[in-house]
Design a protein around this ligand. Structure first.
Ligand code: CTP
Length: 422
């Protein structure tokens, strides 16, 4: 039944949501894939391996150590295998994606720290295939700084995280931590496999990409500032994707709560003016500039030296900051591609096109930030990419996937660079 189908591996961990992995396996099959299943010891407490074996039509791997040579060869359990010391290498090398659903706090911690004490964690270290994790756990475990730090480490490493949803949890609490719907996980798998099979690998080798990210802050007094809701996730996703595709990457980052993107030079800044100085300093070496940062358009004209006291109504006088993007366009070297962002809440495409023209950039990514499902501080985004003579719609997808799509278009611009830049 699996002839010609793409092999993927579903890792099932020990959580109440393990039963949902059965539906995930079925959906992956419906999508034309050939899922194999690996279970942790904990997962077996929730679902019997036989269930997965029957559905997938393959032996289910449940242990790193072969318990005896004949294990899983007879009777009802004929399709269950206990694994072997080298089998994880074989599984790791022949699979096209490792999907862990549900991913428990324990397994995420093992992945983040490189522990390898069971088949799944060992296989994670041994595979070069894309890895997708769908966490599911108690809301406090998910929110714990240890789990959040582990997730950031994994994201920075290029692991795709399918964010858990909100709702009733098995522990009786209501909140984040519910496994994402199997259909959502299957859609991410399809997105990731489509990306991995394109010719993206190394297509930005030789490029130096300067990416700005996050929201700048303008001081009002020593403790207060004017800021915005940008999380930096989009800019960091672009930086990570550009790095994976072979570019040298410099990230000029306004304050964010994110872990530094792996392998990128990070220049921390706070204000619009600091961002401008850092960008202009790196512009001579840049072959591409992606202005994903949400830069303040105004600063406070007179910053108070001491904390302002509450004293009735108060008016702050604001003065405009420099438009960094326009300055980049004016001062870039010939051949340097410049990509801007336009965060819009209405008339998204028309405003984006007007901004493309006004700012003189090669492309502009228009973001619809009116929905809380996508846009600021969300892990998903939607919008479009406009160039002088094209418009590509980008449907709602993870910021990681959107970063790849944006860079696909930038790579195309580079291929036709003669006509697109000065
Ligand atoms: N930008 C910039 N310098 C600024 C303000 C914005 O370089 N002082 C960049 C942003 O990084 C983004 C693009 O300009 O890539 C568009 O930002 P946006 O705030 O949407 O546009 P504005 O020019 O500020 O236009 P408006 O606020 O009128 O929509």
């Amino acid at each position: 039944m699996s002839a010609g189908r793409v092999k993927v591996t579903v890792g099932v961990c020990g959580g109440i949501a393990a039963y949902k992995a059965v539906e995930l396996v079925r959906l992956l099959q419906d999508a034309g894939l050939d899922p194999h299943v690996v279970m942790t010891r904990g997962a077996e407490e929730f679902v019997r391996p036989l269930t997965f074996a029957a559905i997938s039509g393959h032996k289910v791997i449940t242990s790193l150590w072969g318990e005896d040579a004949g294990a899983g060869t007879e009777g009802d359990e004929s399709a269950i295998e206990h694994g072997s010391v080298i089998e994880h290498i074989n599984e790791a090398q022949t699979t096209r994606a490792l999907i862990v659903a549900p991913a428990t706090a324990d397994t995420l911690a093992k992945f983040a720290h490189g522990l390898a004490d069971d088949f799944l964690s060992t296989m994670y270290l041994a595979t070069t295939a894309p890895v997708i994790v769908a966490p599911a756990m108690n809301v406090n475990m998910l929110g714990h700084p240890a789990t959040q730090a582990n997730l950031e480490v994994l994201k920075a490493r290029g692991v795709h995280v399918v964010e858990p949803g909100t709702g009733y949890l098995a522990c009786g609490m209501v909140g984040g931590g519910r496994l994402a719907e199997p259909a959502v996980i299957a859609a991410v798998v399809a997105e990731v496999l489509a990306g991995a099979s394109s010719s993206r690998a190394g297509d930005l080798a030789g490029e130096t990409v300067v990416v700005t990210a996050g929201g700048t802050r303008e001081a009002i007094d020593p403790v207060r500032f004017i800021g915005n809701r940008s999380s930096g996730k989009m800019g960091y996703a672009i930086a990570e994707a550009a790095k994976r595709r072979g570019a040298k990457v410099v990230v000029i980052s306004a304050p964010t709560a994110l872990a530094a993107p792996a392998g990128c030079e990070v220049v921390p800044v706070v204000t619009a003016e600091e961002m401008r100085t850092a960008v202009m300093e790196h512009l001579p070496e840049a072959t591409m500039v992606v202005m994903a940062a949400a830069v303040s358009d105004y600063r406070v004209a007179k910053v108070a030296a001491q904390k302002l006291k509450r004293n009735g109504a108060r008016t702050l006088e604001l003065e405009p900051t420099e438009d960094i993007l326009s300055e980049i366009v004016a001062q870039r070297r010939a051949g340097t591609l410049v990509i801007g962002f336009a965060a819009e809440t209405e008339d998204v495409l028309a405003n984006g096109r007007e901004k493309l023209r006004r700012k003189g950039v090669d492309a502009i990514v228009v973001n619809d930030v009116s929905s809380c499902e996508t846009g600021f501080d969300s892990d998903r985004n939607a919008g479009g990419l406009l160039t002088r003579d094209s418009a590509v719609e980008i449907p709602a997808m993870s910021k990681t996937a959107m970063a790849e799509r944006i860079l696909d278009e930038v790579a195309k611009l580079r291929a036709g660079a003669g006509s697109q830049s000065r």
